[in-house]
Design a protein around this ligand. Structure first.
Ligand SMILES: C[S@@+](CC[C@H](N)C(=O)[O-])C[C@H]1O[C@@H](n2cnc3c(N)ncnc32)[C@H](O)[C@@H]1O
Length: 195
């Protein structure tokens, strides 16, 4: 398959979700519709008959990623889909900190920064998609945090400790790293201290 020429590439440029839509679910739905239309055009134009193509996804496509859902919207498309599992940011986080994800016999909640801000901590929680550093607003002396940015890359940064002691350092480190690299992806586990 040849690279897409720059003129055509703009036709496929990724639209942004309408963050101004007060109905988050509807905003995502519309956004996925636009993406599905681009996927359909791209496949029709670039994949030869009986050919194959691949979508590269961060981590595992089954975790907080909508590529599978968007491909499912391509009604009537005559192709089969094979999903190759990847290493999630959660696995990269726990491996880098040298910890198990769950405590013995205990559940783990996976959530987003937005939900954490709305609902607080329910149980041990992994938090993703937290551009607003929701952890910094939690005043809970019983929580430890295991935080990681750029996990699995040469720029990986790790901080762990009692939430109340390290939260300001994480916020500052995150801000500086984001300014240095121009982007950041970070994930963390909040764990109730035992004993
Ligand atoms: C759209 S979700 C994609 C998750 C991905 N599918 C996975 O399996 O990890 C993006 C969020 O995943 C987390 N994330 C993904 N890659 C990361 C990485 N290398 N380091 C830290 N966090 C990461 C961040 O919380 C980011 O906001």
């Amino acid at each position: 398959m040849s690279p897409i020429p720059p003129a055509a590439a703009s036709e496929y440029s990724v639209p942004k979700r309408d963050a101004a839509n007060p109905d988050y679910g509807a905003g995502v739905h519309n956004w996925h519709d636009s993406l599905a239309a681009i996927f359909a055009r791209l496949i029709a134009a670039e994949v030869p008959d009986n050919g194959a193509c691949a979508f590269l996804v961060w981590g595992d496509p089954g975790l907080y990623d909508s590529t599978i859902r968007i491909i499912d919207r391509l009604d009537g498309a005559a192709f089969t889909v094979e999903i190759i599992p990847g290493i999630t940011a959660i696995q990269a986080l726990t491996a880098a900190h040298g910890i198990a994800l769950n405590r013995i016999g205990e559940p783990v909640h996976i959530t987003t920064g937005r939900k954490l801000g709305d609902e607080g901590v329910r149980s041990d929680s992994v938090v993703m998609l937290d551009g607003q550093t929701a952890f910094a607003a939690l005043d809970n002396p019983d929580l430890d945090i295991f935080w990681g940015a750029y996990l699995g890359t040469p720029d990986e940064i790790l901080i762990e400790g009692p939430l109340m002691e390290v939260r300001d350092r994480i916020v500052e480190t995150r801000k500086a790293a984001r300014a240095q690299h121009g982007w950041i992806m970070d994930t963390y586990l909040l764990r109730k201290r035992e004993g």
